[in-house]
Design a protein around this ligand. Structure first.
Ligand code: DC
Length: 224
């Protein structure tokens, strides 16, 4: 069993590289941002005032969050509803960033993430994986890239998904605000774990990033 923790800000290329590296190395990939997005989106759609922690805390006990795997990879259901079709939007990202700052939300999702790492060899990506969720991970990587480049990547991703109501400036600014919120929150803020390897992807292709991560994973596996 091996566990790999990947953290970093939005648009740095974490999920693309983590998913590809997991496929190549046979590890399970857990996208923890997708879980926070699902929960944030579900809460907002249910009419909960997500800017009030008490309102979110009151709504949480009635929500059954399930994460499981099938041939298409990680699946997320809340109260039986498949959330994946609704979470790759800036609105879901915003709801995730706001609600994930609350201790009650983080507590609800912590064990779910740790259970997966206990059951499988995993690559998990998020903001606090190396610092909070899996502090004893075998390999920790902090992935980053220049803010302009991260904005450009997120813009292209959304454009390719058919969004035509966005601008590069708007997406870049949104990412900047979200990072600032994720970094400054008191509970489980985004930060590099002291023992995490730093990987700047600004001038690296997704293929290079994936290859580098696979090399590090194989090295760790060889040590075990
Ligand atoms: O990686 P992402 O863009 O899908 O994450 C969406 C938001 O979820 C992010 O702005 C902060 C939150 N998040 C978190 O607080 N902790 C994680 N481990 C993953 C995501």
């Amino acid at each position: 069993m091996i566990s790999v923790a990947i953290d970093g800000p939005g648009g740095a290329g974490k999920s693309t590289a983590a998913r590809a590296a997991a496929e190549r190395t046979g590890l399970k990939y857990m996208d923890t941002g997708a879980i926070y997005r699902s929960l944030g989106r579900y809460l907002r759609r249910s009419g909960v005032d997500i800017d009030r922690e008490e309102a979110v805390a009151a709504a949480l006990p009635a929500l059954d969050v399930e994460v499981f795997y099938n041939e298409e990879g990680q699946q997320i259901r809340i109260n039986g509803e498949d959330m994946l079709p609704y979470i790759r939007t800036p609105e879901a990202g915003d709801a995730a960033s706001r609600t994930s700052a609350y201790g009650c939300v983080r507590d609800k999702l912590l064990q779910l993430q740790r259970d997966t790492a206990e059951r499988y060899s995993v690559i998990m990506d998020g903001r606090d994986i190396g610092t909070v969720v899996l502090p004893n991970a075998d390999l920790k990587i902090y992935i980053t890239a220049d803010p302009q480049e991260r904005g450009r990547r997120r813009f292209l991703e959304l454009w390719e998904r058919g969004r035509r109501d966005i601008t590069l400036e708007g997406v870049t600014e949104e990412i900047r605000q979200r990072d600032e919120r994720d970094r400054k929150r008191p509970i489980a803020p985004l930060r590099r774990a002291e023992d995490a390897r730093l990987l700047d992807t600004t001038n690296r292709s997704p293929e290079e990033v994936t290859e580098l991560i696979c090399t590090w994973i194989r090295e760790k596996e060889a040590e075990q």
